[in-house]
Design a protein around this ligand. Structure first.
Ligand code: AMP
Ligand code: MG
Length: 196
């Protein structure tokens, strides 16, 4: 049976860091797949964008078509090995929030877990200010809070259309990264028995 863990969290929450550290610690052999990377490959191939931060400004229909293509590729990968999918529960686009996993897309991927990494809006803002590599949208603490609320709601709708359990992992400055990493490792280790 395929084993897929979807890991989400808004930009600046520390998702990539936690993921990288957890992959080093888990006993399971996961293939790390970045949804944005696969979607970007496809969008570039079709001549739609030149930079990954242009994707969320494409039309809703085009983004949905791209999502479905990516979902099929992920399904193929998951037949062979456990997949840890780095992505977003919702994407804040100029026209409104876009669901990261519309019904057909979540059904095609059928994840075992949906992990949401969260932090406080002020922690997130601080981390964003220190990351100058990306063309991040400037958001207020209120907007960040709303986005995180919506991501929880979106996760419920994804669980509705798959067999996924939802896990919320907090990544606070004081609590320490290690605890957050260990919480993710616990979930990843479950894949060992699935592929035994
Ligand atoms: P990231 O590098 O993780 O911030 O992802 C880059 C971009 O990929 C995002 O800004 C979105 O445009 C796109 N992306 C990632 N995951 C999804 C998804 N599940 N659905 C639609 N677009 C996505
Ligand atoms: Mg990332």
């Amino acid at each position: 049976m395929p084993f897929v863990v979807i890991i989400t969290g808004i930009p600046g929450v520390g998702k990539s860091t936690i993921t990288r550290l957890a992959l080093r610690k888990t006993r399971a052999k996961f293939r790390l797949v970045n949804f944005g990377d696969l979607m970007f490959d496809e969008a570039v191939r079709l001549g739609l964008v030149k930079h990954r931060d242009e994707m969320r400004r494409l039309s809703f229909t085009v983004q949905k078509t791209l999502q479905m293509k990516v979902a099929k590729r992920i399904g193929d990968i998951a037949e062979k090995e456990p997949v840890l999918l780095d992505t977003h529960a919702t994407i804040r686009t100029p026209a409104g929030y876009l669901l990261g996993f519309p019904k057909e897309v979540i059904e095609a991927i059928n994840p075992n877990f949906i992990v949401i990494i969260e932090a406080t809006p002020s922690e997130i803002l601080g981390r964003r200010l220190r990351d100058l590599k990306r063309d991040r949208d400037v958001e207020t603490e209120e907007q960040i809070e709303r986005h995180q609320d919506l991501n929880r709601a979106a996760a419920i709708s994804y669980a509705m259309h798959s067999n996924a359990l939802i896990k919320i992992i907090e990544n606070h400055e004081d609590k320490g990264l290690e605890e957050a990493v260990n919480e993710l490792v616990e979930i990843l280790d479950l894949a060992v028995s699935e592929y035994a």
